[in-house]
Design a binder for this molecule. Structure first.
Ligand SMILES: [Zn+2]
Length: 55
């Protein structure tokens, strides 16, 4: 898991709200209902990497 101090400074690039980590390989924005992948312990907070759960 990411260090919680790092997690605290990461925000969603769309809504700027804080992210939560449900498992090792993704960060979730519950506000937008999207996830950002984590690869090699690096959160990929870029538009092109977003996993959209809104259908
Ligand atoms: Zn968001």
């Amino acid at each position: 898991m990411l260090d919680k101090d790092i997690l605290e400074i990461l925000v969603c690039i769309k809504c700027k709200k804080s992210l939560s980590q449900s498992h090792d390989l993704a960060l979730d924005c519950k506000n937008c209902n999207i996830s950002y992948p984590i690869r090699d312990d690096i959160p990929r907070l870029v538009e092109s990497e977003i996993i959209d759960h809104n259908g």
